[in-house]
Ligand binder design. Structure first.
Ligand code: ZN
Length: 205
């Protein structure tokens, strides 16, 4: 018996899905066959959204966030405090912090963290650009908030940044997010790093 031949259009899409993070062959096939049942109009909307993802976005030359315009909405907002820069790894982190709605400063997207195991050194991420920002534009930068993930690479990057930033700018305040316990977490189950961070970041009550 001959093995069933799958239409080329289907295998193409299955392969495309499989290249996405977190999608295995089974999920890829399931998504593809699901889309077969979706009306053509919906499919076209989906395809258009996918294309626009790259053609209708730019990287802000100020903060390196993904945006519709350069400079982005945040950098061009007169009400944002330009003397306060929050340093993050990815544009997705900006999104998360903006959802919190309490931050009124601006951002700097590094585009990665120092990771010697994967050959990512300080020159591979936007540290030079951050240093340049310290001394350009109107008004001095007063504080840098390091909002990197509390893992080994994040810690190494924070240490490096602290060293180079304080050498470049006297009187610059460098702070870190207080990593605490997530809401709903049990102290009993929290890992050591989270607990010691939560203790360090404690505030007056
Ligand atoms: Zn920007």
């Amino acid at each position: 018996m001959e093995v069933m031949r799958i239409a080329r259009a289907l295998t193409n899409l299955i392969e495309a899905f499989e290249r996405l993070p977190g999608i295995g062959p089974k999920s890829a096939a399931r998504l593809t066959y699901y889309l077969l049942g979706v009306p053509q109009g919906e499919i076209e909307k989906f395809a258009k959204a996918l294309t626009a993802l790259k053609t209708e976005t730019v990287i802000c030359s100020g903060c390196f966030n993904v945006a519709e315009t350069d400079p982005c909405d945040i950098c061009s907002d007169r009400n944002r405090d330009k003397s306060l820069i929050c340093v993050v790894e990815h544009p997705l982190d900006v999104l998360a912090l903006e959802r919190g709605n309490g931050y009124r400063g601006v951002y700097h997207v590094l585009g990665g963290v120092i990771d010697p195991l994967h050959n990512i050194g300080p020159d591979e991420i936007r540290i030079g650009e951050l240093i340049t920002r310290l001394h350009q534009g109107s008004g001095e930068v007063k504080e840098i908030i390091l909002a990197l993930n509390p893992n080994m690479e994040g810690e190494a990057t924070c240490l490096y940044l602290k060293k180079v930033l304080s050498a470049k700018s006297e009187g610059l305040r460098i702070s870190r997010l207080a990593h605490g316990l997530p809401v709903g977490a049990d102290i009993e189950y929290a890992d050591e790093v989270t607990l010691s961070r939560a203790m360090e970041g404690r505030r007056e009550y």
